[in-house]
Design a protein around this ligand. Structure first.
Ligand code: B1M
Length: 208
C-alpha cells in the first residue's frame, strides 16, 4: 500500500531511489497527485526547512533532500499537469537577476502547472529584459518572480517597472523568503504569496 509517511521520510533522509519508488507506487495505486505532492514531498521538505531553521541540519542535507524531491517530481510532474484541466492562463516565472536559488521557484512552477496554468519557466538569474521579452512573446497573463536574497529584491522592482513601461497587460506576483506583502505593495507588484499553495490561489485570483 502507498505510504506517504514513508515518502515524507525518504525526502527528509534525501533517499532519491526510495522517494522515486514510493512516488511511483503511490501513483500506481491511484492516489491523487496533489495528495502525493502535499502529504509526501512537500511535507518532507517542510520538515527539512524547519530543521534547517533550528540548526539541526545544514545546507548539504537540504540539498540532498531537494535532489530526492526533484527525482520524485520527475514522475509526479506529468501527473500533476494531467490532473489539471484546460490551461487557465499562461504564466511566465523565474528567479530574478543575481539570484540562483530555484527550489522554491520550481515548486511554485510545478504547483501552478498542477493547477492548470501553462507555465513558462525562465530559470534563474533572469533579467528584466528577459521577463519582458517572454511575457510579450507568449502573451502571458502572469509574471511570477522569486528571490531568496535580500540583495536581489531590487531586481523585482526593476522588472515590475520594465513590464509596466512595456505596456503589457500582465499581473505580477512575487515570492521568496525575504519578500512580503508590504514589499509587493511598495514596488507595485499585484500580489505576494508566502508559499507554493498560496501562489496558486493568488495566481487564480489575479486572472479573474
Ligand atoms: Co542560499 N541562501 N545562498 N543556497 N540558501 C539562503 C536563501 C539564506 C537565507 C541562507 C542563510 O544565510 N541563512 C541566505 C540568504 C540571506 C539573505 O539574503 N537574506 C543564502 C545565501 C546568503 C546564499 C549565498 C549568497 C551563499 C554564498 O555563496 N555566500 C549563495 C547565493 C548564490 C546566488 O544565488 N547568487 C547561496 C547559494 C545556495 C546554494 C546553491 C547552496 C543552494 C541553492 C540551490 C538551489 O536553489 N538550486 C542554497 C540553499 C539551498 C539555501 C537555503 C538553505 C534553502 C533555500 C530553499 O531552497 N528553501 C536557504 C536557507 C533557508 O531558506 N532557510 C538559503 C526551500 C524552498 C522550498 O523554500 O525557496 O523559500 P523557498 O520557497 C518557498 C517560498 O519562499 C515561496 O514558495 C516556496 C515553496 O513554499 N516562494 C514563492 C518562493 N518563490 C516564490 C514565488 C512566488 C510565490 C511564492 O510567486 C512567483
Amino acid at each position: 500500500m502507498a505510504d506517504l509517511n514513508a515518502l515524507c521520510e525518504a525526502i527528509i533522509k534525501g533517499n532519491q531511489a526510495g522517494a522515486l519508488e514510493l512516488t511511483k507506487a503511490a501513483i500506481n495505486e491511484g492516489l491523487s497527485p496533489a495528495d502525493i505532492l502535499n502529504n509526501g514531498l512537500v511535507a518532507g521538505m517542510n520538515v527539512i526547512g524547519e530543521r534547517f531553521k533550528n540548526n539541526e541540519v545544514y545546507i548539504p542535507e537540504v540539498l540532498i533532500a531537494a535532489y530526492a524531491m526533484k527525482a520524485a517530481m520527475a514522475v509526479l510532474e506529468p501527473k500533476l499537469v494531467e490532473a489539471g484541466v484546460q490551461p487557465l492562463a499562461k504564466a511566465v516565472i523565474g528567479t530574478v537577476k543575481g539570484d540562483l536559488h530555484d527550489i522554491g521557484k520550481n515548486l511554485v512552477a510545478m504547483m501552478l502547472k498542477g493547477a492548470g496554468f501553462d507555465v513558462i519557466d525562465l530559470g534563474v538569474d533572469v533579467s528584466d529584459e528577459k521577463f519582458v521579452q517572454k511575457a510579450k512573446e507568449t502573451n502571458a497573463k502572469i509574471v511570477g518572480m522569486s528571490t531568496l536574497l535580500t540583495t536581489t529584491m531590487s531586481s523585482m522592482e526593476k522588472t515590475v517597472k520594465a513590464l509596466k513601461a512595456a505596456g503589457l497587460a500582465v499581473k505580477t506576483m512575487i515570492g521568496g523568503a525575504p519578500v512580503t506583502q508590504n514589499y509587493a505593495d511598495k514596488i507595485g507588484a499585484d500580489g505576494y504569496a508566502a508559499d507554493a499553495a498560496s501562489a496558486v490561489d493568488l495566481a487564480k485570483s489575479l486572472i479573474n
